[in-house]
Design a protein around this ligand. Structure first.
Ligand SMILES: Cc1cc2nc3c(=O)[nH]c(=O)nc-3n(C[C@H](O)[C@H](O)[C@H](O)COP(=O)(O)O)c2cc1C
Length: 417
């Protein structure tokens, strides 16, 4: 019987344990979590979502406070179009986060950064170019382009000295999306080094419509493999979404996957950035507690716990401080929904907004509890303590369980006294 450790993910002329921990913003996949994956010979991700805020928390910088002060005059205005990011400060914050992580790296694995295209930040091309270039400047091993098609992203860094040496990968949810990406980047003569295929059971945003349940990761993987074969392209394909055990991983590796990307099982590790009480919410969840809805202003469906504080919350849009989702015209779907409710209830101090959420503020405050489909199985991976709470795990324990377990088994941790 095979174990995930019987396989290796080959990138360039190096081979890695074929387990990647996926990016989870905002700072849910912390540097500590990513560094554990690298130490154990696999690949970890940090995320560049809200990197100003991450830098402020880690290094006592004042990026968010300074930006809030600059745009304070606009806080009560309905339009947020005036809010901009200073590219120099964006680069500085990114380098702080990336460089400090890379300086702490040990072991044979790699650390990548997850870069979501949907963080448009009121100037999509310029902010994206700055984020990608700064991550390369900070010494990141690789960049995973996610949440969006990223059709022009490679071109934005084609002149960067590390464009051909850093690993560059994309996340897609269909062979069609991959085809579009490859067609668009053909003239750069630079293929992605890896392709992550994310199925409908993943956490975060989904690359599907509300009909997500009609899709199946194994089928999409087969379609992507067939497409690459027809095009005579040998690019490792990494399966993601709903891979809960080492045996699930082996199922994909035996079918030709180069590796697997996993996340949900790491949300209840000590190294994960979620607050301790939120980790317990994930552990307590039953299958009925998990929903896919359309409240993300990005337009993509998102999976989350039903009791997530972000649902129905009518807080004032936090763009003057954050502003990550403002599109090229300075709009965000939440601003429209919020303004609609405020105008409809002029005498109310607070409003309820059901159709969209202020994702920036809620992700920043860990109040949007996005999660994978199998979150309800997390309780089976640990012990319940006498006080009713669940024991948290080490990232090493979960990583090694994926790496070595067989026969659908899940290794429980040693019980804490
Ligand atoms: C809490 C959480 C947050 C996530 N945030 C992001 C993100 O910021 N960007 C992204 O590309 N994927 C995100 N994902 C998706 C994961 O990186 C990963 O591909 C997927 O969840 C793997 O499936 P699994 O959770 O069933 O193992 C997130 C997943 C979770 C559970």
């Amino acid at each position: 019987m095979k174990r995930a450790d019987d396989f290796r993910l080959k990138l360039g002329n190096r081979a890695y344990v074929p387990i990647m921990i996926g990016g989870m913003g905002v700072d849910i996949s912390t540097s500590e979590l990513a560094l554990e994956a690298a130490r154990l010979g696999g690949i970890g991700h940090i995320s560049d979502a809200m990197v100003h805020d991450v830098s402020d928390r880690k290094f006592d910088t004042t990026f968010v406070k300074d930006k809030t002060r600059t745009y304070k005059f606009n806080i009560n205005n309905l339009s947020k179009a005036v809010v901009q990011f200073d590219m120099g400060r964006l680069a500085e914050a990114t380098i702080n986060h990336v460089r400090s992580t890379m300086e702490a790296k040990k072991g044979d694995g790699l650390v990548f950064v997850n870069c979501m295209e949907k963080l448009t930040m009121n100037a999509p091309r310029e902010t994206l170019r700055t984020r990608l270039s700064a991550a390369l400047d900070g010494g990141i091993d690789g960049i995973t382009l996610s949440a969006g098609l990223h059709l022009g992203s490679f071109a934005l860094i084609a002149d960067h000295p590390r464009f051909r040496d850093a690993k560059l990968g994309i996340i897609v949810s269909s062979a069609r999306a991959l085809q579009l990406f490859l067609r668009k980047t053909a003239r750069l003569d630079r293929l992605p080094d890896y392709i992550i295929v994310e199925g409908p059971l993943a956490g975060g945003h989904l690359g599907f419509g509300m009909d997500w349940a009609e899709y199946d990761l194994h089928t999409i993987m087969d379609e992507v493999h067939a497409f690459l074969r027809d095009e005579q392209l040998a690019i490792p394909v990494i399966a993601a979404g709903g891979i809960f055990t080492g045996t699930d991983a082996v199922g994909f590796l035996e079918n030709g996957a180069g590796g697997v990307q996993v996340a949900t099982r790491f949300t209840i590790t000590h190294e994960c950035g979620l607050p301790a009480d939120v980790k317990q919410e994930y552990l307590k969840a039953t299958e009925d507690d998990i929903t896919v809805n359309g409240i993300s202003p990005t337009g993509y469906p998102m999976r989350m716990l039903r009791n997530t504080p972000a649902i129905g919350s009518g807080i004032r849009p936090g763009c003057e401080s954050y502003g990550y989702l403002l599109d090229a015209n300075g709009n965000c779907a939440y601003i429209d929904s919020y303004n609609r409710e405020v105008l409809a209830h002029p005498d109310q101090k607070t409003v309820v907004v059901m159709d969209k959420t202020c994702l920036c503020t809620h992700m920043r405050n860990f109040n949007c509890w996005t999660c994978g489909h199998y979150t309800y199985r997390l309780k089976d991976t640990t012990h319940r303590k006498a006080d009713g709470t669940y024991q948290l795990l080490s990232a090493e324990h979960v990583f090694r369980d994926y790496q070595f377990s067989v026969d659908n088994q899940i290794a429980l941790p040693q019980r804490e006294e």
